[in-house]
Design a protein around this ligand. Structure first.
Ligand SMILES: C[S@@+](CC[C@H](N)C(=O)[O-])C[C@H]1O[C@@H](n2cnc3c(N)ncnc32)[C@H](O)[C@@H]1O
Length: 363
């Protein structure tokens, strides 16, 4: 297979293209990316015959910043007859490895949204037809590849597969989250999405648990703080502006009307540091790195705003700076993603696993 399909936020095709081109070349799979502005996807054309499959298996999806999903294109089917799309799609799927699940998707664009109702309705008969042909397991199996049908128009689809151990587990690469009506701002969804993307579910009990202490820098009116409070954490919110009154009434929030850039906690008992500050990425990186290096927090989630032209280069440069500043820690994990709820920005997660390790009793 020679084509790799990457989903991305519309408007970020150049970044997604530059990133896949870079990463694929580094792993010895040269090629070129084809991207159309605002299309919501990128196709990477590999020079090597089996390279798309190799990339889909070996290039760690979680390390891609601008990709929402990554899959191998098996076939492109155009001019589908509208009264029977299934037969030609089944024909095109012949020879595919047995898949464990199907996702019928579209780009995240206005045109795509118009197709989403059709996609939902089409999933059931297509799934049945694939099962009858032996191309899909009888029961959903999450250890088999996922079959994707990516509709670009109602008669035009890309058919492909992703590896379940190296893909986004979400339909269209977008987690569906429900906005809590009592949250003071929709940005609470941004932090919730970050938790879903960065923290494995089986570790939530340990790393996102009630009673933990968190600090939210530039917190007002309190969307991110609300997300932490809803997980029963005790939050210190630092912002010159007022916090939402209902949030303060929970008794779980302490508000300091201080400067978020110089404020530090009196004690080293903060687990989470979060921040959605509107600042130059270099300054955000400096503050976050200082908190981590001074051992004022264990994990951090923050945004890097990218209003500039060279967004991919800027993101890479700042992540490199962050790594350099954190090197003294000896061990840490960094992940960065442009989340669905991110706009002109990416979200970064840093994790120092030491203290969690200390919590595990020694023999
Ligand atoms: C994008 S809003 C934060 C939204 C918040 N995370 C939420 O979810 O509701 C940015 C906030 O940063 C605060 N801010 C900007 N510079 C600050 C500083 N130097 N110290 C404290 N707060 C600051 C502003 O008052 C503003 O409330």
């Amino acid at each position: 297979m020679k084509q790799l399909l990457i989903y991305c936020r519309p408007g970020f095709e150049k970044e997604a293209a530059a990133e896949i081109q870079d990463k694929a070349s580094q792993m010895g799979c040269p090629g070129f990316a084809r991207a159309k502005d605002d299309s919501g996807y990128v196709i990477y054309e590999c020079f090597g015959e089996d390279d798309a499959d190799l990339i889909a298996r070996k290039l760690l999806f979680r390390e891609l910043i601008f990709a929402r999903q990554m899959l191998v294109v098996h076939a492109q089917v155009q001019d589908l007859p509208l009264d029977d799309r299934i037969a030609p799609l089944l024909e095109a799927a012949a020879g595919m490895e047995l898949c464990g699940d199907i996702r019928v998707e579209t780009p995240d664009t206005n045109d795509g949204k118009e197709l989403s109702r059709f996609c939902r309705k089409f999933t059931v008969p297509m799934r049945q037809a694939l099962r009858a042909k032996g191309l899909l397991t009888r029961q959903e199996m999450n250890n088999r590849p996922v079959l994707h049908l990516f509709f670009l128009a109602n008669n035009h689809a890309l058919l492909g597969y992703s590896y379940s151990f190296n893909n986004s587990p979400f339909h269209m690469g977008i987690p569906r989250l429900r906005f809590a009506s009592d949250s003071p701002s929709r940005s609470s969804l941004k932090l919730e999405e970050a938790f879903h993307v960065f923290i494995p579910r089986h570790e939530w009990e340990l790393r996102l648990t009630s009673g933990m202490r968190a600090v939210d820098l530039c917190a007002a009116p309190g969307g991110w703080t609300h997300q932490l409070v809803s997980r029963d954490m005790m939050v210190t919110a630092v912002d010159h502006n007022a916090m939402d009154a209902k949030l303060m009434d929970t008794g779980q929030v302490k508000h300091y009307k201080d400067d978020a850039f110089s404020w530090r906690p009196a004690r080293q008992n903060t687990y989470w540091l979060v921040s959605d500050m509107v600042e130059k990425p270099a300054r955000v990186v400096s503050i976050m790195a200082a908190w981590l290096v001074e051992e004022n927090c264990q994990e951090a989630i923050f945004n890097l705003k990218l209003p500039m032209k060279k967004r991919y280069a800027e993101a890479l440069h700042n992540l490199e700076q962050l790594k350099t500043k954190l090197a003294v820690l000896g061990g840490f994990h960094i992940q960065a993603k442009q989340l669905y709820h991110d706009r002109e920005e990416i979200t970064v997660h840093v994790y120092r696993p030491f203290k969690v390790a200390k919590l595990i009793p020694k023999d």
